[in-house]
Design a protein around this ligand. Sequence first.
Ligand code: HEC
Ligand code: HEC
Length: 151
Amino acid sequence: MKKLLIALFALGAVLSGSALAELNNPGGNGGLESLRGATELEDTRPADDFKKYPKEQPLESSFVYQPPLIPHSIRNYEVSLNANKCLSCHSWKKAKEEGATKISVTHYVNREDAVLADMSPRRYFCLQCHVPQAEATPLVGNDFERVQSLK
Ligand code: HEC
Ligand code: HEC
């Protein structure tokens, strides 16, 4: 009998605990809001619209040696073991006929500072450094200012 009472008591404690947790978590995410807004954990929020890529000039650099922003859409451009779509326009061979900027000489230098006959493998994955420019509101505010020499 005593054991049964203890078991019942324990069960009661567990149940009231979970009821409390539910009370403290209205809606399921505890009222937390992420940078993407408040969405319940169980829900899939609708995707944002695609960003607009301003087509004119590449936006100006903010610091010396900044990888220039990409002033065009890169949707479906494959960069993989088998293909590098970017190089089909930006390689020294193709750039002229495509009217694209050649990759610069720094892209031929390997990490021992030797200049190679072809693009250095460490520059192969262009999007590691270059990102498309887009009219996007920063998710987190910052007070970054361009270096004096570029103002
Ligand atoms: C179909 C040809 C083509 C392909 C493919 C292409 N680009 Fe471009 N890219 C251009 C042209 C042309 C420009 C010159 C600006 C313009 O007209 O949009 C340019 C401009 C750029 C610039 C700015 C260069 C500068 O002068 O500041 C960068 C960076 C760039 N592209 C990176 C990339 C990357 C990375 C990829 C692959 C994900 C890529 N591009 C794929 C044609 C191409
Ligand atoms: C490790 C970072 C890195 C990677 C990877 C990289 N780049 Fe760059 N890229 C830069 C930087 C930094 C600059 C600006 C300084 C310079 O010219 O080297 C630049 C400059 C450029 C320019 C402008 C050249 C000019 O003369 O103004 C083009 C075009 C370009 N990159 C295309 C590419 C393409 C295409 C790829 C992939 C095949 C690529 N980059 C991979 C860092 C990178």
